[in-house]
Design a binder for this molecule. Structure first.
Ligand code: PAZ
Length: 335
């Protein structure tokens, strides 16, 4: 966990035996009743509604891809926040493969995390300046070494733009995430079984509710800081039962202990009754994932050689998902 600025030691305990008894997790209804919505919610909701209407008219399938990590602010005037590891690679990469396969994509992502197409040239790879050369006439050209790959990405990017196949909306905090998720999934409900929900964002399980959050910067004069975080309401429950009813819902489960992955994925399916959990382990998430349903498990794995050659596991995940979405549509329509 990182904080935005240097802080005194922060200690995390599940229950502090000497402290007050922690409040039980609040339900999602109470959460939305007691938390102010972000001020960008309505404009973002309207843009997504228009996007959905356009593709519903064309009979196109639409997928909501959530991507990147949420922050947990410690103060209302936020100086410090808790964050997580997610770079948004899974979401940004998957969005490209969905578009290639004919889906329109609502890319709901953490601000400044990786985005489809531009991810190939992010700051964590080569600096974009390394791709360019002077052309000898006062202009610039792309270095020949990179131009074939860049052309390929450029053409896909231009098609996505020209055909309005991608809309990008951002969140920062877990609170933003919850409000946007409710708004966007509700807007998508007219698509019924033609909608897919691909929940790849790394969403915090803990947060500080507005009513318990310090208004101003927490002062260090009193020494160590002990934080008690409440549980984030389980948002997948209303999503499955109400907002996205009939849509094909795929959630991700991340663990660091391989022994827990399948049982926790199964528990999630039993609890929420959605269609699929994709389980992955932090250190191997780019190489192997497991599709878990109530009936079976399927492992998708790249070889070391494929990884070295730049094959992306999303190239395998998305076709398999589409195959399952096809079946879901047939099955749902026949009911
Ligand atoms: O964003 P990234 O590519 O670095 O990581 C992807 C991931 C591990 C966040 C995603 O595959 C995932 O498992 N999301 C759900 C995490 C969770 O259990 O909350």
């Amino acid at each position: 966990m990182t904080t935005a600025a240097t802080t005194p030691a922060i200690s995390f305990t599940h229950i502090d035996p000497s402290g007050p008894v922690p409040a039980p997790a609040i339900g999602w209804e109470e959460y939305f009743r007691t938390t102010p919505p972000p001020d960008f919610l309505e404009p973002a909701g309207k843009r997504v509604e228009e996007f959905v209407a356009l593709h519903a008219k064309a009979g196109r399938r639409v997928v909501l891809v959530t991507s990147g990590g949420t922050t947990v602010p410690l103060e209302q005037n936020t100086v410090r926040f808790i964050d997580n590891f997610s770079a948004g690679t899974r979401g940004a990469t998957s969005a490209e493969y969905f578009i290639e396969a004919g889906y329109a994509v609502i890319f709901m992502h953490r601000q400044f995390s990786l985005q489809p197409y531009s991810r190939h040239y992010s700051h964590s790879r080569n600096c974009f300046l390394d791709y360019m050369q002077e052309d000898g006439h006062g202009g610039l050209i792309v270095d020949r070494k990179y131009s074939d790959h860049m052309r390929e990405v450029l053409l896909k990017y231009q098609r996505a733009k020209r055909e309005h196949l991608l809309i990008m909306e951002t969140f920062v905090t877990v609170q933003d995430y919850l409000f946007l998720l409710r708004r966007f999934t509700t807007a998508m409900s007219i698509l019924r079984e033609n909608a897919m929900y691909y929940l790849a964002a790394a969403v915090s399980d803990f947060f500080i509710p507005q009513s318990k959050m310090a208004q101003h910067k927490i002062q260090s004069a009193e020494g160590a800081l002990v934080l008690q975080l409440d549980q984030v309401p389980k948002i997948i429950s209303p999503l499955v039962d109400t907002w996205a009813a009939k849509g094909f819902i795929v959630s991700f489960k991340l663990e660091t202990d391989p022994d827990l992955l399948i049982q926790k994925s199964r528990r999630s399916l039993e609890r929420y009754k959605h269609q699929l959990v994709i389980g992955n382990i932090l250190t191997t998430r780019k190489k192997v994932v497991t599709f878990v349903t109530t009936k079976e498990e399927t492992k998708l794995e790249l070889t070391d050689e494929e990884l070295r050659n730049g094959v992306e596991i999303e190239e395998r995940i998305i076709p398999e998902l589409i195959r399952r979405h096809d079946k879901w549509i047939i099955q749902t329509k026949s009911q």
